[in-house]
Design a protein around this ligand. Structure first.
Ligand code: DCP
Ligand code: CA
Length: 406
């Protein structure tokens, strides 16, 4: 029996959340990403704004030039995360075989659900209806026998669309589409293919496997299978994250060590909070810096013992930062910190030395307060000065870009 998979993706997600909250924004060119005079890029553009050529990733200044009457909104990540949670909760009501693939998209395995909803199409329509009714958001859905074809179909049906590809039609559905529509084909692969005279997915599916292997290595075979509409990947909950990181771009490049340290402390606390929320500990701490000339460095340190305390994350990050600042005098554009080599805690409580135990208790108490009253409800002395640098939302500082402000 062929599978029935639904791929569902919210239309202009960040913008739609803003429009649902403020109906005056509906039907207008709206951009989430920040004020056009600020640095940064478009995170999400309404379809009205896209008519002017605006799209995600475009510098805000360019966007405002192309469409001067567009409405620019800073955006608020906690709000989008909340909407995402509610979206996923609706989907989970329809099928337990649910695989989130980002904040605003997911795959559902709907095989065998026809008897409940009449048809997969009916099921997808019901999902769209509930998302509209309960969240005020538009969604597009693709239905097919595999994940890759379902995703292409939902994308093609946007906005507010629904497109079903019948079993057996997968290959002919994909064949006329440009190769860039195939998931897995980025800008570079597209150029390579164009260079080889391959423009459509159909042409790609007919390429000799050897040629594909020469240009794309092992992924060549995957591309060829995807292009012929063959994709056996199961709908499965995603594996646990292998690392957690937080980063931000400064409004103005900086050499101020106090500001750099305070921001590092704040980002480290955000990463630490997520680490503890997942009940994990980390063995490796990584610092990331991007300088004013866009050169980017990362420096990592492996710890002798896994940790989940803010203090240990910060201490290690600070050591790496001091070393980097002593070596390089360029101004810093972006700073980030990450924790990796994650593992479940294995130690016995009584084996902890008492200072670590105190740290862990402190973090636990702070997490609790933050969960109840927002991230900046309680702050370490070091991060307080960020008040003058970053605007605050209900749940922490608003960093650039909103997508990374968690
Ligand atoms: N996003 C971002 N920066 C990007 C791309 C996306 O911050 N370069 C965020 C904002 C988007 C959300 O992720 O609203 C979802 O990304 P999508 O690619 O699904 O884009 P949209 O939902 O905005 O539009 P579409 O209707 O094309 O799905
Ligand atoms: Ca989307």
């Amino acid at each position: 029996m062929t599978r029935r998979i639904i791929h569902i993706d919210l239309d202009a997600f960040f913008v739609s959340v803003e429009q649902a909250e403020n109906p005056e924004l509906k039907g207008k060119p709206v951009v989430v990403g920040g004020r056009p005079e600020r640095r940064g890029v478009v995170a999400s553009a309404s379809y009205e704004a896209r008519a002017f050529g605006l799209k995600a990733g475009m510098p805000l200044a360019t966007a405002s030039r192309l469409c001067p009457r567009a409405i620019f909104i800073e955006g608020s990540f906690p709000k989008y995360r909340e909407a995402s949670k509610r979206f996923m909760a609706i989907l989970a009501d329809f099928s337990p075989f649910l695989e989130p693939a980002g904040l605003d998209e997911a795959y559902l395995d709907a095989t065998g659900f026809e008897s409940i909803y009449g048809s997969t199409r009916e099921m997808a329509l019901k999902i769209k209806g509930r998302v509209k009714e309960e969240l005020g958001l538009g969604a597009s859905a693709g239905i097919s026998s595999s994940k890759v074809v379902a995703k292409v179909a939902s994308e093609l049906s946007k906005p507010d669309g629904l497109l079903e590809v019948a079993a057996g039609d997968e290959r002919s559905f994909l064949a006329p589409l440009p190769v860039a529509k195939l998931p897995g084909i980025g800008k570079k692969a597209e150029q390579t293919l164009t260079g080889l005279g391959i423009n459509t997915i159909g042409e790609l599916s007919a390429m000799p496997p050897d040629t594909l292997k020469r240009h794309f290595g092992a992924s060549g075979e995957v591309l060829r299978r995807f292009a012929s509409g063959t994709d056996g990947r199961e709908v499965a909950p995603p594996a646990a994250a292998r690392s957690i990181s937080r980063e931000t771009t400064f409004g103005k490049d900086t050499r101020n060590p106090t500001l750099l340290k305070a921001t590092l402390r704040y980002l480290g606390e955000r990463a630490g909070a997520e680490l503890r929320r997942q009940g994990k500990e980390a063995r490796c701490i990584t610092l990331k810096l991007r300088y004013d000339d866009f050169t980017t460095i990362t420096r990592s340190q492996t710890l002798s013992q896994a940790t989940d305390t803010d203090q240990a994350i910060f201490d290690t990050g600070l050591r790496l930062l001091k070393k980097a600042l002593s070596r390089e005098k360029k101004a810093v554009r972006l700073i980030g910190i990450g924790v990796s080599r994650l593992a479940e805690p294995r130690r016995q409580l009584d084996m902890l030395d008492s200072s670590t135990a105190r740290q862990e208790q402190l973090d636990k108490a702070i997490d609790h307060i933050r969960h109840k009253y927002g991230f900046t409800a309680i702050q370490t002395g070091r991060t307080l000065l960020l008040k003058d640098v970053f605007p605050e939302s209900g749940d922490g500082y608003m960093l650039q870009t909103p997508g990374l402000s968690r």
